[in-house]
Write a protein that binds this ligand. Structure first.
Ligand SMILES: *Cc1c(COP(=O)(O)O)cnc(C)c1O
Length: 851
């Protein structure tokens, strides 16, 4: 039966506890140990049951408990300390780089389909979400003016539980936004702030929530309102739910709706950062708005958007990118293309590798690549893989020149570090590890930590992880109606003092969760070694549609029932931020064995490393960059194989060898004080090498320096005097596009005779037909490098050439030179590309002529 009226009764906060409201409404508590402890102190059970949600906690805690806390001097003192730390944090405008303060009028709009910021906000599924969350937190700490845009999913991602056979079941709990640290946006008149987008001729209305991530606001659009017809209401129902039609509609709301919301809120920004193709429609909407507001044409508006756009691709597999059939795009963009001032074929062309191929669907990644000048992958290796994947978008350039660079991901250290470890760092490293975590000098301080203290702390963390895992296993088995014997095994499973290896991540098949199961007998010998036993914790969710991933989970769960592994290998359900925190903070070894090069970066290993765990990993993603002897282990040498079976066999073998020898012997070899000195030395080396480089402060600073600031500067130039620069640039681009077919590098000569010697100067001349263009419209380079066995360039460098004289109208002589600084078989070519100071990149028009 439904009630006639529904209402909610909430406890009344005693006046003395008023500061709790402020503390609950900002996610800053996630990375402040004092605030964390405060919530726990109110009601430890409720804190856990609420999924560490302070708003729900305050709404549910008993009135009597609040009354007694109001009388508790110790509690009040801690609350006041936390509250004053928060107001201090909020009021400073100090930016620890950029000379102390970010430039005026420079704001970044950051778009992502998921955000993993706090356990109580399940609007993420995996690495992308964690990364976006950590990005916002670091931007806040660093005082970078940035606003986040995303979607408020009613259901978020699922909770995982397993049935009797170990088969994954998914449970979707509704997110109750009113009980979460977020606020519905209202205007001055108290009306909800709403925007609308067009879905096949029908308006889709969305309201907006605001989450405060420290100093950074995050706006989430929510279509779950009565006024929408039911099918449209569900657009923000599920993260990555539904079919491609649902997906394109979500992305229209995220990209187009997101830009409309910022406009409605009066937020001006100079740079848009799009994460994954999901948000690429934001670039289109920005073009439309610029046209509408400033009377620009499509080309002029596009050049602004492109010159100030930043796009990050996060996946190295084609299937991980969104593709939409032309028909689907036509249906949704029929009216919209007119407002952009282009035709449907032109729009589709922007999203295709081969713009005129009628059969090619629209790829969101291609659309984003074509509409932003700064593009990057998320590790050095992923940058390389991305250039290879998307090289056909730039058919006139060799793969090395494809304008996709890399900025390696990092993690928000203070979010992921255990408070006890934080205490140790405070003591021996000083506050710098939090304020300036990307400083090498700060992390040199780990050498000051006495071995025994570091080790004792780590052993306590492991014990705490084991205890948490046991409790979770007991709850798991109770729910499944497990036998008394099973429950007893759970309660005693794992040993707090044993070498513990954790494999916790999404169960995407490329991550090969079952590689360890390749040879069960060999694994049994490792686990049951008489002097050097090893135990394993597994956790992770498979995508609901990924049966192979679910099969991996089932195989591991079955293994845990085998007598040889009972209580020594465990699978913990429902991997999320809360569980991840326990695991990264207690693991001895963090295991990662993806099929190279399919792990774009990976970040969980960085979280573990910051807590003192050692990584045991394939040289893929970030580990290919970070690894050096003495900080952890590599599985294999970074090989890539055609044959998956062979690869599994060889890499399982390499993994077993490490688990049979190096890893356990180093762990169990103790000196007369009972300390594993060599292991501790590895921990310290790892902290020193990994922490300053693989944290999100360094990452955000890289984005600021490489993309945000240059983009912001270009925006200022192009928008000055009512967009005079943009108008000029737009005209220039159309002129170049129209005339480029006449451009030719006709004749390349160099007085090279016989072998040259190292250091010798080489002069190069080229006759270049420019037609209507002038030398100032182009940049002409000598392109030289070593040649491989097949006569192809294996590396390259470029040296500028200058116009010498006009031989006849439209035909120019260019000259340049360089000194041979490499030896062996070399080659050279001459490359001509359009040039304009307003362009974000000389590759953004995709044009080049080669001699
Ligand atoms: C860090 C984290 C991830 C990403 O880790 P990978 O190394 O990419 O597997 C995924 N899920 C959760 C809950 C995390 O904390």
């Amino acid at each position: 039966m439904r009630p006639t009226i529904s209402f909610e009764v909430r406890p009344k906060l005693p006046p003395a506890l008023e500061p709790l409201k402020k503390l609950a409404s900002n996610l800053w508590f996630v990375w402040n140990p004092e605030a964390q402890e405060l919530w726990q102190r109110i009601d430890v059970d409720l804190w856990r049951k609420s999924r560490y949600n302070p708003v729900a906690l305050l709404n549910q805690v008993h009135q009597e408990r609040l009354a007694s806390l109001a009388e508790d001097g110790g509690f009040i003192a801690q609350m006041e300390r936390a509250a004053s730390q928060l107001s201090q944090y909020m009021s400073t405008d100090y930016c620890p780089f950029l000379g102390g303060r970010a430039p005026e009028n420079f704001t970044v709009a950051y778009f992502s389909a998921e955000y993993g910021m706090a356990n109580c906000l399940p609007i993420y599924s995996g690495g992308l979400g964690m990364l976006s969350g950590d990005h916002l937190k670091s931007a806040s700490d660093l005082n970078i003016p940035l606003v986040g845009v995303g979607l408020a999913y009613r259901q978020g991602y699922f909770t995982q539980y397993l049935d009797h056979d170990g088969w994954q079941q998914e449970e979707y709990a509704a997110n109750d936004f009113w009980n979460m640290p977020m606020k519905l946006l209202h205007d001055d008149q108290g009306q909800e702030i709403r925007i609308s987008v067009d879905i096949e001729g029908r308006p889709l209305i969305a309201r907006a929530w605001r989450i405060d991530v420290g100093r950074v606001p995050l706006y989430l659009l929510d279509s779950g309102i009565e006024e929408n017809p039911p099918d449209l209401r569900d657009i923000t129902f599920q993260l990555y739910g539904g079919d491609t039609q649902m997906r394109i509609r979500q992305e229209i709301l995220l990209g187009i709706g997101g830009v409309r919301l910022l406009d409605k809120l009066g937020i001006t920004y100079s740079v848009i950062h799009m994460n994954e193709g999901h948000s690429a429609f934001a670039a289109l909407e920005r073009i439309r708005l610029l046209r509408q507001k400033h009377g620009l044409n499509f080309d002029q508006a596009r050049e602004i958007v492109r010159a100030t756009g930043c796009f990050t691709t996060h996946t190295p597999v084609p299937a991980g990118n969104d593709y939409f059939d032309t028909d689907l795009v036509r249906r949704h963009f029929q009216g919209y293309v007119g407002e952009l001032g282009i035709s449907m074929p032109v729009l589709l062309g922007y999203g295709r590798v081969h713009p005129t191929d009628q059969n090619e669907p629209l790829c969101m990644t291609v659309l984003a690549l074509r509409l932003s000048a700064f593009n990057n992958g998320v590790s050095e290796l992923h940058g390389q893989v991305s250039r290879q994947m998307w090289k056909d978008v730039w058919p006139h350039f060799p793969e090395e020149d494809v304008p996709i660079g890399h900025i390696t991901n990092g993690v928000h250290t203070s979010t992921w570090i255990n408070p006890d470890i934080a205490y140790l760092y405070n003591r021996y490293l000083g506050p710098g590890w939090m304020e300036d975590p990307d400083s090498d000098a700060v992390w040199q301080g780990v050498d000051q930590i006495p071995d025994s203290e570091l080790w004792q702390m780590h052993e306590r963390r492991r014990a705490q992880m084991v205890s948490e895992v046991r409790q979770r296993l007991v709850r798991q088995f109770k729910r499944r109606g497990g036998s008394a014997r099973e429950l007893a095994v759970c309660a005693e499973s794992l040993r707090p003092d044993r070498l513990t290896i954790v494999f916790a991540r999404r169960f995407a098949t490329y991550k090969r969760a079952v590689l360890l199961l390749y040879d069960i007998d060999r694994l049994a010998a490792i686990v049951n070694h008489p002097e050097r036993p090893v135990q394993f914790i597994f956790a992770g969710k498979a995508h609901p549609k990924d049966n192979e991933g679910k099969e991996f989970i089932r195989r591991i769960v079955n293994l845990t029932h085998d007598e040889r592994f009972r209580g020594k290998i465990v699978f913990v359900e429902d991997y999320d931020m809360g569980l991840a925190r326990y695991l990264v903070q207690g693991a001895d070894v963090w295991l990662n064995n993806p099929r190279r090069p399919l792990e774009a970066c990976g970040t969980s290993g960085m979280k573990a490393a910051a807590n003192g765990a050692l990584n045991l990993s394939v040289l893929d993603g970030w580990w290919a960059e970070a690894f050096q002897p003495g900080i952890g282990w590599q599985i294999g040498q970074g090989e890539e194989y055609e044959d998956e079976g062979v690869q599994n066999m060889l890499e399982a073998g390499a993994l077993y060898r490490l688990l049979e020898n190096d890893v356990p012997s180093m762990f169990y070899y103790r000196d007369d004080q009972g300390l594993p000195r060599e292991w501790i030395k590895h921990m310290k080396n790892c902290l020193r090498v990994v922490c300053p480089a693989f944290n999100s402060h360094r990452m955000v600073e890289d984005y600021v320096e490489m993309a945000y600031l240059p983009g912001g500067l270009r925006y200022a130039q192009l928008s000055r005097d009512d967009f005079a620069g943009a108008r000029e640039l737009g005209g220039w681009v159309s002129m170049v596009m129209e005339n480029w077919s006449q451009v030719q590098v006709q004749d390349v000569t160099s007085p090279i005779q016989g072998p040259l010697t190292w250091g010798q100067e080489v002069e190069v001349r080229a006759k270049v037909r420019l037609g209507q263009l002038t030398p100032s419209d182009v940049v002409c380079d000598i392109y030289t490098g070593q040649l491989g066995p097949f006569g192809l360039f294996t590396d390259r460098r470029t040296f500028g050439m200058q116009p010498e004289s006009e031989i006849e109208p439209g035909l120019w002589l260019f000259k340049g030179s360089f000194a041979c600084d490499a030896t062996g078989r070399m080659g050279l070519r001459v490359r001509l590309a359009p040039y304009h100071a307003g362009l974000g990149s000389k590759y953004s028009l995709g044009l080049a002529a080669w001699g």
